[in-house]
Write a protein of this length. Structure first.
Length: 184
């Protein structure tokens, strides 16, 4: 009897969790990276998809130890990271993907924060503002003959906290992002 009740409770929790799942694609800071699936067959790939429930859990666990991290994570809905190796023969396709995505973001009123082109590296960073706060961040980076990285952070993003955390965890490029208006 206890097993049946436990099973029933777990099933109900699972079903309610499915209903509670957010449709991230409808959030203003979400970016549909069309065409990226082609590169997921690379020898080395990393995919990270951290959703709101896990972000809230980590925020609550870290609130006593690192309030900056807890504050940043509590406003987020999604962190998505796609990293893959790119051979020479696919470099042009990745570059075109970045160019196409940049044009699409600009047409949807995203703000380009950074474009850096060097001999072996190309980086672009965009933010999406919504109702007076940053609702999305997209980082696209490609290193010639090495790797491509796409990071999409969705939710209410505190740029001040993000900058502090990037310095703390030594994440280049993020610490140079502008702070929110009125913050130091």
């Amino acid at each position: 009897m206890k097993v049946r009740i436990s099973f029933l409770l777990l099933t109900l929790l699972w079903i309610s969790a499915l209903w509670a799942q957010e449709n991230y694609e409808k959030l203003p800071g979400y970016v549909d990276l069309k065409g990226i699936d082609e590169f997921k067959n690379a020898d080395e790939t990393v995919e990270v998809f951290i959703t709101k429930p896990l972000l809230k859990l980590v925020a609550s666990f870290s609130s006593g130890q690192d309030s900056s991290l807890a504050n940043l994570l509590s406003g987020l809905a999604l962190i998505r990271v796609e990293k893959f190796d790119i051979p020479k023969k696919k470099l042009k396709k990745v570059t075109k993907l970045i160019q196409r995505t940049s044009k699409e973001l600009e047409s949807k009123h995203w703000i380009r924060m950074l474009r850096a082109k060097e001999k072996d590296e190309h980086v672009e960073i965009f933010i999406k503002e919504d109702k007076g706060h940053v609702a999305g961040l997209l980082i696209m980076s490609v290193k010639k003959d090495k790797e491509a990285v796409f990071v999409n952070i969705v939710g209410k993003i505190d740029m001040d906290q993000l900058g502090k955390l990037s310095k703390k965890f030594d994440i280049p490029k993020l610490d140079s992002l502008p702070r929110e208006k009125g913050k130091k």
